[in-house]
Write a protein that binds this ligand. Sequence first.
Ligand code: PMP
Ligand code: GLN
Length: 381
Amino acid sequence: VNPIFANAGTSIFEAMSRLAAETGSINLGQGFPEGMEPAVLIDAAVKALQDGPHQYPPMLGLPALRQAVAENTKRFLDIDVDWEREVLVTSGATEALADTFLALLETGDEVIVFEPVYDVYALLIRRAGAVPVPVRLAPPHWELPREQLAALITPKTRAIVINTPMNPIGKIFDDEELAFLSALVLKHDLLVIADEVYEHLTFDGRAHKTLFALPEIRDRVVRIGSAGKTFSVTGWKVGYVTADAKLLAPIARAHQFVTFTTPPALQAAVAVGLRLPDTYFQSLKTDLELRRNVLVNGLRAAGFTVADAASTYFAIADISSFDPDGDDLAFSRRLTLEAGVTPVPISSFYGARDVTSHVRFCFAKKIETLEEAVRRLSRWR
Ligand code: PMP
Ligand code: GLN
């Protein structure tokens, strides 16, 4: 048994979802939306299931979806993408990450990841034979520690993984930070793996920015997206990779031997989704903003210190006024049992589990659900 997975334990998302289900708590832990799936997408999937085909689609993905990914990238980011040579459909962003690490990393390569970090990166990087090198963003401002990052680059550094907009903290890397990263990438001859699954979930007029848009490094960036987030269907597991053909080709080889394809009916429906008019993408933002406001205002009224949630599904709450010892895991369990509201602890996004002052709440829920959560929190307090 390989120790990397054997010792990994149950993911915090699964663990907290289970605890919430067992105790009848409102699950604001694991990041998944409630009641937001666009009807046109469901209709398109139903029709595609009725009409077929039901057999293996092309290995790279349905042409309609690859074209739609390229069009969406042009429409929202003004980047030209060759859909035939630069787009690959995967079974979720998770498969895209696995394929990318398997294809691009060699034994002993070092890969920079930013903490708080999404749980799959470090494990998959290690299983691909490489070494994740964490660079820590710390509360309360979660700034990119530029000098520290630059100092951690060695001759073995092969790639930087960036997740923007960033789970769990909702940080959107700005132009200056991206320019800094781009200069490092060029100076040290690195690749970039850009997990941009929350690209369309930015609030209050903020814009998503991508390293893929910088011409000087475009051929070094692997950009990953997910229909799960863009269309509020996290169980569908349809993802996409966009990269220069020289990088995409080996990633597609990895995909060929990992899943080979993704269910065609879901691909067809996501193609319809990516071609929806701008109004869909605008209303996704405003809809989530509304939900965010209900939760963030409620958390503040209940005594939490909550930063402005700029993007993603998540609000981060400082728990120090309730838990001066700072044990975010114990606090998450306590809130579940005592208040009936379940967050996830931020420490689980740090390899050393030592940033314990914050928990994450998901606000992509029905307004009634959020209002009930807020009522429970104010009663608990
Ligand atoms: N990356 C990040 C940062 C995520 O939050 C998620 C969502 N769970 C994923 C990747 C995985 O996306 P998918 O469900 O499409 O595999
Ligand atoms: N990305 C989701 C989150 O951050 C969880 C996905 C999962 O459960 N693996 O909550």
